[in-house]
Design a protein around this ligand. Structure first.
Ligand SMILES: [Zn+2]
Length: 273
């Protein structure tokens, strides 16, 4: 694995290799993230790198168990109303994202891939809903078995039942650094640690060590994106969490556990078909 989100994906394969993999019954993982500001200490692609890394690790496990797996080009145009006041957050309209995901699935289906698993790393509600809407349309209109892996936390947050055909409910490990009172989910300890582990070149470590923890609650997050001044006031540096509290081995374990849970549940899903 290098710094390219194309490494180990379909992008670096030739078309005959892709065709041969399909003939052998390969499945496809589609990583989805966003290009979004991640504090003063990290580049914009954290969520895209994270979705990519979990996808690659899940692919390696599945391949080792005899389930041929390809990774579609990581989809990095996402939706973020919350941080769009900061330069660097490219936010597309939900309908744009929905259309892009749909069209990616249509391309895959046209080459006979009909089992696709979305691994998403970006929590914005509208972003998640756009993915789920695209999956529902694709399942209905093109007879493709495409699902998004969703953990318990997101099932509650997105008001799903867990029984929807377009999701694959799996035991996603809890995010490290998520304390009871203050949220640490955006460019905080966990994401900083994930980047330091896998893409350290894109972290300004000395600066990260100096950043003060924020005291932002889930309740506070409701103002995000509603008004620019309120967003700037709540998260003046663009992060919420504790960048300096990064724990690289905890983050590595979380990513490994996530990839293993994803691989186990994809394997189980395929067996039950
Ligand atoms: Zn992030």
């Amino acid at each position: 694995m290098g710094y390219s989100i194309f490494d180990d994906t379909m992008v670096d394969m030739t078309w005959p290799e892709i065709e041969a993999a399909e003939k052998k019954g390969a499945i496809v993982i589609l990583p989805t993230g966003i290009i979004e500001e991640h504090g003063p200490h990290m580049g914009l692609a954290v969520d895209t790198y994270a979705a990519y890394i979990v996808s690659v690790k899940a692919k390696q496990l599945l391949d080792s168990r005899g389930i041929g797996t390809l990774i579609a080009p990581p989809q990095y145009w996402g939706v973020s109303a919350g941080t769009s006041v900061f330069p660097g957050t490219f936010s597309v309209r939900p309908e744009t994202m929905q259309a892009v995901i749909y069209d990616i699935l249509a391309s895959l289906k046209s080459w006979n891939f009909d089992r696709v698993f979305v691994i998403n790393w970006h929590a914005d509600i509208e972003h998640c809903r756009a993915i789920l809407a695209a999956l529902q349309d694709a399942r209905r209109e093109m007879n493709i078995d495409a699902v998004c892996l969703v953990g318990e936390f997101d099932i509650r947050r997105l008001r799903l039942t867990g029984e929807e055909k377009y999701i694959l409910k799996y035991p996603q490990p809890p995010m490290t650094g998520l304390s009871e009172k203050y949220v640490d989910i955006h460019a905080g300890s966990m994401e900083t640690a994930v980047m330091l582990k896998y893409f350290p070149k894109h972290v300004k470590t000395a600066l990260a060590k100096k950043l003060k923890p924020t005291k932002v609650t889930f309740e506070d997050l409701r103002v995000l994106g509603k008004r620019d001044e309120a967003t700037r006031k709540l998260i003046p540096d663009g992060y919420f969490g504790n960048p300096a509290g990064y724990d690289i081995s905890a983050a590595e374990k979380m990513v490994d556990d996530d990839a293993k849970a994803a691989a186990d549940y994809i394997e189980g899903y395929l067996k039950n078909k």
